[in-house]
Design a protein around this ligand. Structure first.
Ligand SMILES: [Zn+2]
Length: 420
């Protein structure tokens, strides 16, 4: 009886919260809004938000009693989506030792800081593709519960990779930080199934595998393939069986081609692309997530990692120009966490500097991400969709760098940032 009445109370509270939110109407009045599908501006850009949904665009008269937010000269855009982040970590001083020093709480608390920064720079949805101690999943839950301010999240738990590979903890003596499938280190079919099922058991709603070596790890050449195509096929089949998307970290050509042929949904980085690899990506319809601007940022890395970074930096520009020109499907991703936080808008600028049209660059973080992830409730400013809306000061198609300085952020109908 007691349990029963408690549920009734929760139900009643839930209903009253919904009703209050729905009663709150906000009108955003900007110079224009960008229809990211057509590439056209709608002028002026007036959006009526009721509760957490977009209720009307440019109505004849704004609803009585609504709060009006004036955004003169500004362009309204859909909330941005960064499809490659690690919000619970960074590469600030001491990061190399965290594997043997940090608790779940340390990662979780750092995530609180970076989730807020991501949101305030315009990112209302992110994928977090590889964390430690399930701190990414805890962060996702805390944001959903309203405990912490941050973007809507997809979180992978631990990335899944080979023993000694990029997703293992390398650089330590034997016996120190030897990880197993539960922490994402998995060789062969049985271990890979265990690793993926364990991440999903603990809340992962996306899977990330490491197809090749990487930069911020201590194995050899950063491009070498680590998982065999057969192993990746096992991972893809299991992830898809569970109705989720699978992302594969891959720098080198062989690993990119094998991951694409194994059927992964997105290739993260895709750093070294030959013409042949571009053809395979096109044929298979595989998305790439370029994580481009981070290569050109200054880092204080140990010499062996710095050498790997330089190797990649020398190759990535050719690859991206080639992929963009060929029309490979691109989804926006920065690698914030392995690169700097708080400056993710630079990724748009990097795409344009590598030959992508500004409108297409904005699409990578809006409609493209929505399409790839199957989240059609966001990614455009349209009646009925979630009220995830940002604004920049001016015309971002004329000056893509405006994306680096988002002035207004609304997520789920709530305003997190207003122009000063
Ligand atoms: Zn990453």
């Amino acid at each position: 009886m007691r349990v029963y009445s408690r549920w009734l109370l929760i139900l009643a509270l839930g209903l009253s919260v919904t009703a209050d939110a729905a009663a709150e109407t906000i009108v955003l009045r900007a110079a224009r809004l960008l229809d990211v599908d057509s590439g056209e501006f709608i002028e002026p850009g007036v959006v009526v938000v009721d509760g957490n949904r977009i209720m009307a665009l440019n109505p004849d008269s704004p609803p009585a009693g609504a709060e009006v937010i004036e955004l003169p000269g500004m362009t309204l855009l859909p909330g941005l989506m960064d499809m490659h982040t690690h919000l619970n970590t960074d590469v600030e001083k001491g990061w190399l030792y965290r594997g043997v020093e940090w608790t779940a709480g340390d990662y979780a608390l750092l995530g609180v800081k970076y989730a807020r920064i991501a949101l305030l720079t315009g990112f209302t949805t992110v994928r977090d593709v590889g964390g430690t101690f399930f701190a990414d999943i805890a962060l996702m839950r805390a944001i959903e519960a309203g405990t912490v301010d941050g973007p809507r999240m997809f979180a992978a738990g631990y990335s899944v990779g080979t023993t000694g590979g990029h997703c293992d903890a390398t650089g330590y003596a034997p016996g120190i930080l030897e990880l197993g499938p539960e922490q994402g280190v998995a060789d062969g079919e049985a271990a890979i199934l265990r690793a993926i099922r364990y991440q999903i058991k603990h809340g992962a709603n996306i899977v990330k595998i490491c197809a090749t070596a990487g930069v911020l790890s201590f194995e050899g050449s950063p491009g070498i393939q680590q998982y065999s195509e057969e192993e990746m096929r096992v991972a893809v089949e299991e992830t898809h069986r569970q109705g989720l998307k699978i992302a594969a970290h891959a720098h080198g050509t062989e690993g990119i081609v094998a991951a694409s042929n194994a059927g992964v949904d997105s290739i993260e980085h895709a750093t070294i692309l030959t013409d042949e690899a571009v053809k395979v990506l096109k044929k298979n319809g595989t998305w790439i997530v370029p994580t481009l601007f981070q290569w050109f940022e200054p880092y204080d890395l140990p010499p062996v990692l710095d050498a790997k970074n330089e190797y990649m930096k020398a190759r990535v520009s050719d690859s991206m120009r080639k992929a963009f020109k060929a029309g490979v499907k691109v989804m926006f991703g920065t690698d914030a966490g392995a690169g700097p936080h708080g400056v993710s808008g630079r990724e748009f600028t990097a795409y344009v500097e590598h030959g992508m049209a500004p409108l297409e660059a904005i699409r990578t973080a809006t409609v493209n991400a929505a399409e790839m992830m199957g989240i059609e409730d966001r990614g455009r400013i349209r009646t009925g969709l979630l009220a995830d809306i940002v604004a920049v000061d001016g015309d971002p198609l004329a000056n893509i760098r405006l994306m680096e300085d988002v002035k207004f952020v609304m997520k789920d109908g709530k305003i997190y940032k207003r122009p000063e």
